[in-house]
Every structure is written in structure tokens, then in C-alpha cells.
Write a protein that binds this ligand. Structure first.
Ligand SMILES: *Cc1c(COP(=O)(O)O)cnc(C)c1O
Length: 357
């Protein structure tokens, strides 16, 4: 079977470690005469996989004892709804730093009367706020932030201070890419398909007391308490996706864990930002202090040059560089599993393209 790999800069689903893909291929049928697709979610084998995966999340993220780790379905998009349904009494605050946080706010509006406590929309979401810029309302049930803005290429490098008000974060595109003090958050969620594994599972870490909030009647599947009480086994969980996440986490641990990942990720991002900073041809979308280490977004002087850049990059085995339609330009997504040599290749290509275009 072919294992020719190209450099995959897609924003999500995104690149996974080759080692993990090969483990999935070789282990696929090795579940006692069955494949991973065919085993029961109530089997001992899957029970062990679920427990190990949960323990790895706890270990790698440093999840404190009074939190529960859940594996849910419906993507980060269902969390946009579950968070307000479960945690919002009358109102909550949302920091708007891009399309995903706007979607999260829109879902909260279905449930109650949330507020936009900050927005950088005027500057095309070029930055994340400082704590002092977030105008929290009274009676707020929580503050919701998007830790990394996948489309606009911005990231919080310091998290807001919220006192007793729980901080809720959508970490879909930077989970486990850097050390984070989980105890600062009431709830963290992340769709798996950027930094954790294949699509189909969503990781949630929730402080136990918040899982007990109960402001309105909700169907069982939409209550955090249901999934806490049933240890993510209320109904059939996405068995394969959880298995794959477990393999990715073991890979991450072999790489040296989150602290090591953070070092490597900042070096990777610096290689591309360095090209941007030395150039008058490319323009970084994000303000300097808000630059994302996961999604580097930049523009070229014209749409024509942008198309040419993308086409030439593809000829050089670099795929997925087209920016999101709301920003245009180029987006290089360089998640944990994206290799250093691919970033070096892109930086080299960018310098050459600027010279020879
Ligand atoms: C991709 C993404 C989402 C959407 O995730 P789904 O799993 O497709 O619902 C939400 N938030 C952020 C920050 C993302 O990057």
C-alpha cells in the first residue's frame, strides 16, 4: 500500500501522525477475530480503550480531580448549544473573535439572553482581547471564549480573568498544543478533527459542580449530567474515533507531552511569521500579539497572485493552503501532527515565490 505523504495544511479534518495511521492499519482487525468497527461498546476491550484514553487526557492536560472528561458527539457545534442549555441561567458573556464564537453566541440566543462582551469584528477579527477589554455583565453565568480562531489565525496568549464566573473555552483548534492551566476553566470543549484525531468525537472537560447545574428541562442526550453519570456510555459512543484519539494521545506522550509540543509548535509558527515579518509582499492577518501558532493566515497583493501561489504550492506537494473565504489569502494550518520539515518547505517556498513570481 502507498504511504506517499504530501504536506497537508488543511484546517480540519487535518493531518494525523503517520505512525498513528499505520498503527490503525495494522491493528484494524486485531480485536479478537473482529475489527475495531465491530466490537461492542460495552466490551472489556473497549472499556479498557475508553479508560486509557480518558486517563491520557487527564495526564497530558493536567485535568484536576474535580473535573470529568467526556467523549461526546455532535462536534463543537453541538457544544455551542449544550453550553448555554446547561450552564446559562439568564445571561452569559461571549467574546467575539471570529466566526466560531459568533456561531456560539447565536446558539446561546436560542436559549436565553447572552451578551457580546467584546468584539474585534471591526478589524476583521485581527485580534483577541486583553482581559481588561472584556465588558462582563452582571448575573453572567459564564464567559465564553474561542481560544484559537481557526479561520482568522488568532489565539489567546493570556486567558481572561473572570473571578468567580466560570470561563468556558472552545479549544477545537489548539487543544493539547500548549500547556494550559485547566483549573482556570469551568468547561473546555474541542472537536477532535483538528488536533486530536478523526472527526466524530468531541472532547469535553467539565468541572463537576457545573455538570450539576439544572436551569431548564433538557432531553437526556443534551444534559452533561447524563454523560457524567454514564461515563460517556449513555448510548453508543463513536468507538473508532475514541480509539484513534487514544493512539494520537499516546503518540503525543512519546513526543514528550504538551510542554514539548508547545516548544515545537512555537518554533514551527516562528519560521512562517519570520518570512511574513521580513516581507512587504505578504501581510499577516493577525495582529502581532494575537498570532496563532496553529493557523497562520496571510494575504498576497492580489487574488491572481494568491491563486498562482496555491497552484504552485500544490505542484510542490503542499495541499490545503487556500484561506477561508471570509478572509481570502492563504491559511497554513500547522497542528501538532504537522511536521517541522513541511513548515521549512513552506517557508522556503514562500521566499522563492516572492522572488520569482
Ligand atoms: C472547526 C471548529 C469548530 C466546528 O467544529 P465541528 O466539530 O465541525 O462542529 C468550532 N470551533 C472551532 C474553533 C473550530 O476550529
Amino acid at each position: 500500500m502507498s504511504t506517499k505523504r504530501i504536506y497537508n495544511f488543511n484546517a480540519g479534518p487535518a493531518v494525523l501522525p503517520l505512525e498513528v495511521l499505520e498503527e490503525i492499519r495494522s491493528g484494524f482487525m486485531e480485536f479478537g477475530g473482529m475489527s475495531i468497527f465491530e466490537i461492542s461498546h460495552r466490551s472489556k476491550k473497549f472499556g479498557a480503550i475508553l479508560e486509557e484514553t480518558e486517563n491520557l487526557v487527564v495526564e497530558l492536560m493536567g485535568v484536576p480531580k474535580n473535573y470529568r472528561v467526556l467523549f461526546l458527539q455532535g462536534g463543537a457545534s453541538l457544544q455551542f448549544a449544550m453550553v448555554p442549555m446547561n450552564l446559562m441561567d439568564k445571561t452569559a458573556d461571549y467574546a467575539l473573535t471570529g466566526s466560531w464564537s459568533k456561531k456560539a453566541l447565536a446558539e446561546a440566543k436560542v436559549v436565553g439572553a447572552p451578551r457580546a462582551a467584546f468584539s474585534s469584528e471591526e478589524t476583521k477579527f485581527s485580534r483577541t482581547p486583553a482581559s481588561s477589554e472584556i465588558d462582563m455583565g452582571r448575573d453572567s453565568s459564564y464567559l465564553h471564549i474561542t481560544s484559537n480562531n481557526t479561520i482568522y489565525g488568532t489565539q489567546y496568549h493570556a486567558f481572561p480573568e473572570t473571578g468567580d464566573v466560570p470561563l468556558v473555552a472552545d479549544m477545537s483548534s489548539d487543544i493539547l498544543s500548549r500547556a494550559v492551566d485547566v483549573s482556570r476553566f469551568g468547561l473546555i470543549y474541542a472537536g477532535a478533527q483538528k488536533n486530536l484525531g478523526p472527526a466524530g468525537v468531541t472532547l469535553v472537560a467539565i468541572r463537576e459542580d457545573l455538570a450539576g447545574r439544572n436551569y431548564r428541562g433538557l432531553p437526556a442526550m443534551l444534559r452533561y449530567s447524563t454523560h457524567v453519570e454514564n461515563n460517556s456510555l449513555y448510548n453508543t459512543p463513536p468507538v473508532f474515533a475514541i480509539y484513534a484519539v487514544g493512539l494520537v494521545l499516546k503518540w503525543l506522550k512519546r513526543q514528550g507531552g504538551v510542554a514539548k509540543m508547545e516548544q515545537v509548535n512555537s518554533r514551527k509558527a516562528a519560521l512562517i511569521y519570520d518570512v511574513l515579518d521580513r516581507s512587504t509582499f505578504y501581510r499577516s492577518h493577525a495582529d502581532k500579539q494575537s498570532r496563532s501558532f496553529m493557523n497562520v493566515v496571510f494575504t498576497l497583493p492580489s487574488d491572481e497572485l494568491t491563486s498562482k501561489f496555491i497552484a504552485k504550492a500544490e505542484e510542490n506537494d503542499m495541499a490545503g493552503l487556500k484561506g477561508h473565504r471570509s478572509v481570502g489569502g492563504i491559511r497554513a494550518s500547522i497542528y501538532n501532527a504537522f511536521p517541522m520539515d513541511g513548515v521549512e518547505a513552506l517557508a522556503q517556498f514562500m521566499r522563492e515565490f516572492e522572488r520569482t513570481r
